[in-house]
Every structure is written in structure tokens, then in C-alpha cells.
Design a binder for this molecule. Structure first.
Ligand SMILES: CC(C)(COP(=O)(O)OP(=O)(O)OC[C@H]1O[C@@H](n2cnc3c(N)ncnc32)[C@H](O)[C@@H]1OP(=O)(O)O)[C@@H](O)C(=O)NCCC(=O)NCCS
Length: 427
């Protein structure tokens, strides 16, 4: 029988609103911080790590393979290869899936997977005209020649070109796509705000109770090491339905329902999990927080309801794990937007969607929005794209340990119409 894939432990930096605590750090800085601490806390011999797989959505132009840079930048043995995966918001789920594949095949027994994102450090590009002129100038030898390369440059060519969180196929931002879902599925503003409030209240409760102490590290921020970040800074313990209801819609200012309050915010942060084969974990005396039982990725047409990918991945992951939704005791759904979570839940419970879209006679099952995300979700905790998947996998495993439930479920929607579902189990 092939080995089970164990999650030994997971860790993340506190998540921070972009432009705040980690404003001067890159995704690589954040990734190095969390991986170094994960190794330290696990007490493993760094020489036993055979690969680092790391998710990152907006890569650095100068060091695009963040995984290998993490190996080289944390003092890990240089013999450890590393590669970077990009699958939008499901990138660290893909990193975990890749690591599991290596372990399952017996090609590796100890792998670090995770992801990082800095939305404080996005590449800002020059216009095509200006970058062409720069290249042309670099080829000229004389000062006159170099200056001559810029004669056709106009003021508008100097405007920076920053990447948008938009689909290249549809041209719509994630927020506009979520607006479309809210309208088509009749998800009310009030239902979205109530869900967002629940996310904040639960995240605040979990933080206050010390629930995150095993999975959130303290960051002493380089390079001055003067500021110390101990917890997430986006959680609003004092949030109220009244305050949320007063926020103006952002993506459709006239008729929209999606606001800064019921969306996940732009966030910086990093996460990592240590994964091993069950045999190796047991031989070394580790107590895994969980095992990856199955996973499935799926995708739909981005012109359709962009963030419904998890609905299509879920039944496949459940079948692969040989469980049903009723067997699942802990459910964590990534909250890109409250409207997306509520839309996912609506479709998962819909007989019409089951029959017309999933080729099933009955719905996958009912999910009570109050039962999911018991320690809050991405709306309150934040969503550093590349890091979120590994954050959620860690939280589900720790929650399985805390509650004694046997099976846990993770779903993450992602740009491009993609989605993932992962089933985890306790010992
Ligand atoms: C929605 C979005 C545009 C808002 O950005 P922003 O305007 O910088 O957000 P802010 O944090 O400044 O919040 C705006 C206002 O809402 C208020 N607010 C936000 N959350 C609140 C809450 N829970 N309760 C009360 N007020 C809240 C803020 O205090 C702020 O008020 P102010 O203007 O009086 O200071 C941005 O977060 C975004 O683009 N999110 C989506 C990211 C995305 O697409 N991710 C991909 C998902 S797959």
C-alpha cells in the first residue's frame, strides 16, 4: 500500500494589510521568515528536506523562482531544489498537492510546501513605448545617442502600468466578477455583511483565545528588527452590522452590494507546511496534525460565474476520499468575497446545478454558512494570494485535532475560473 501523506505542522506569519507592517518586505523576505521558523519549530534536520515547493501569484521580476531563493536565503542546504507554482489563489494548495505527489510516489519523504505574497511589492511596469526607448538607449554608445532614444517619448508614456486583479480573458476584476455572482444568485447585501461580521467575530475570538498560537509566528521585521508583529492586523473585533451596512459598494457603485467590508482585503503574508510520508513521520517520532486524504482541482469558463470552481472540485475530492459531505466535521472555505462563499454554498446545495452542471441526480449536500470557518476566514484574516491555501490546510488540521472530528474539508476559489477542494483526516 502506498504511504499516507502526513502534514507534520504548518505555520504562517501574521497577515498584514498591504502597505503596513511588511510594506518594505518582499514575498521572498516573508517566505524566508516562515520557512526558517517552521524548520526551527519542527526540530527536523534541514538535510532531510528534499524539495521546497512554493506558491506565489505575483512573482518578482528579479527572482521569479521564489522557492529556490528561499532555500538559498534561509541557510538551508544548497542541495535542496525548489520550484515555484502559480495557480492564482490556489497556488499553495497546488504546492501541497505537488509535494504530496512526490511523497506518494516515494520520490521524497520530507518536503516543505507553502506560499507567500506581498501586495506591497507589486511590479510596476513602464509603458511599451518607454521600455522600448530604454532598451534602445542602452544600446547606444554616445550620450547624444542615448538621449536621442527618448525623443518620441510623450508624457503619457511615463505613466506607470501596475498589474490589476483582473481576468485577462474577461477584463473583469475579481470584485466585478463577484458582483455578477451576487446578482445572478440573489445574494443580498445583508447576507454578505452578516457573513463578513461572523468572519471578524470568529477571527477575533480565535486570536483572543490563543487558538492560533501553534500556527501563527511572531515576526520581528527586518531590516531594523525594531517592530514586532504578533498577530493579524486586519481583524476588526469591534465590527458591527451597522458599520458594515454603511460602506459604499466598490465594484458597482450604483447597484452593487460588494464593499471593502465584505471582501477579502489586499494583504501581505506567507505560510508553509512540513510534509512527510507517514512512515518517515512515525519513524522520527513526529505527531502529524493531519493527513491529506484527497484533492481535486477543477475549472469553469471565466465568463460563467468566475469563482464557482470549488463547486466542481468538491464532489470529485469527496469521491476520491470515499467520504460524503455528511462525514466532514470541519469545513474551511476561502472567503474571497462573502458573495462568493454564499454563492458556492448555494450551488453545492442546488439540485438544479447538480443535474445541469455536475451530472449528478442529487446535490452534493447542504452546507450551513454558520458551520464553516470556525476561526474566521480570509475576509477578516486577510488573503495574501499565494499563502492562503497552506494557511487553511493548517487551520483545518489543527481544528481536527482540537475537536476530535475525523475529516476536514478545504475549498479555495481562484482566478481563471479555477477551484480546489482538499479532504484532510486525523490520525
Ligand atoms: C475592496 C477593496 C477595493 C477595498 O480596498 P480599500 O478601499 O483600500 O479598503 P480599506 O481597508 O481602506 O477600507 C475602506 C473603508 O471601509 C472601511 N471598512 C473596511 N472593512 C470594514 C469593516 N469590517 N467594518 C467597518 N468598516 C470597514 C474602512 O475603515 C475604510 O473606511 P475609511 O475609508 O473611512 O477609512 C480591496 O480590499 C480589494 O480590492 N479587495 C479585493 C481583493 C481581491 O480581488 N482579491 C482576490 C480575491 S480572489
Amino acid at each position: 500500500m502506498p504511504s499516507r501523506v502526513a502534514i507534520i505542522r504548518g505555520l504562517r506569519t501574521p497577515f498584514a494589510k498591504s502597505g503596513t507592517h511588511y510594506a518594505r518586505l518582499t514575498a521572498l523576505d516573508l517566505g524566508k521568515i516562515v520557512v526558517a521558523e517552521l524548520i526551527e519549530r519542527s526540530g527536523i534536520n534541514p538535510n532531510s528536506v528534499q524539495e521546497v515547493v512554493y506558491g506565489n501569484v505575483i512573482p518578482s521580476v528579479k527572482a521569479p523562482n521564489i522557492a529556490r531563493e528561499i532555500v538559498l536565503g534561509t541557510g538551508l542546504p544548497k542541495k535542496i531544489p525548489g520550484y515555484t507554482v502559480g495557480k492564482a489563489c490556489a497556488s499553495s494548495n497546488q504546492a501541497i498537492a505537488d509535494a504530496a505527489g512526490m511523497i506518494y510516489r516515494g520520490y521524497a519523504d520530507t518536503v516543505i510546501a507553502g506560499g507567500a505574497e506581498s501586495l506591497s511589492d507589486i511590479p510596476v511596469l513602464f509603458s511599451k513605448n518607454f521600455s522600448d526607448a530604454l532598451v534602445k538607449a542602452s544600446r547606444q554608445k554616445s550620450i547624444g545617442g542615448k538621449l536621442g532614444a527618448f525623443t518620441r517619448i510623450r508624457p503619457k508614456d511615463l505613466a506607470p502600468d501596475a498589474p490589476a486583479i483582473a481576468e485577462s480573458t474577461t477584463g473583469l476584476t475579481m470584485g466585478e466578477s463577484a458582483e455578477k455572482m451576487a446578482k445572478e444568485n440573489h445574494i443580498s447585501r445583508q447576507a454578505q455583511d452578516r457573513f463578513a461580521l461572523q468572519s471578524h467575530q470568529r477571527a477575533a475570538g480565535a486570536t483572543a483565545s490563543g487558538r492560533f498560537k501553534d500556527e501563527v509566528m511572531t515576526v520581528v521585521v527586518p531590516p531594523s528588527y525594531e517592530s514586532v508583529v504578533e498577530s493579524d492586523n486586519l481583524i476588526r473585533a469591534d465590527s458591527t452590522l451597522d458599520a458594515l451596512s454603511k460602506l459604499r459598494p466598490v465594484f458597482d457603485r450604483k447597484y452593487g452590494t460588494i464593499t471593502a467590508g465584505n471582501s477579502s482585503p489586499l494583504t501581505d503574508g506567507a505560510s508553509a507546511v512540513l510534509m512527510m510520508s507517514e512512515e518517515k513521520a512515525k519513524a522520527e517520532g513526529h505527531k502529524p496534525i493531519g493527513y491529506l486524504k484527497s484533492y481535486a482541482f477543477a475549472a469553469i469558463d471565466p465568463f460563467d460565474q468566475l469563482l464557482q470552481g470549488p463547486v466542481f472540485a468538491l464532489p470529485i475530492a469527496l469521491e476520491r476520499a470515499k467520504v460524503t459531505l455528511k462525514d466532514i466535521g470541519v469545513i474551511e472555505m476561502h472567503e474571497a468575497f462573502a458573495a462568493q462563499v454564499l454563492s458556492n454554498i448555494q450551488w453545492i446545495g442546488s439540485k438544479k446545478i447538480a443535474q445541469e452542471r455536475l451530472g449528478r441526480s442529487e446535490p452534493v449536500g447542504e452546507i450551513d454558512p454558520e458551520k464553516i470557518n470556525p476561526t474566521g476566514g480570509s475576509i477578516a484574516l486577510g488573503h495574501p494570494f499565494g499563502a492562503t491555501g497552506a494557511r487553511i490546510v493548517t487551520t483545518v488540521c489543527n481544528e481536527l485535532q482540537r475537536t476530535g472530528q475525523q475529516y476536514g474539508l478545504v475549498t479555495v476559489c481562484a482566478a481563471g475560473g479555477m477551484g480546489v477542494a482538499m479532504v484532510l483526516e486525523r490520525e
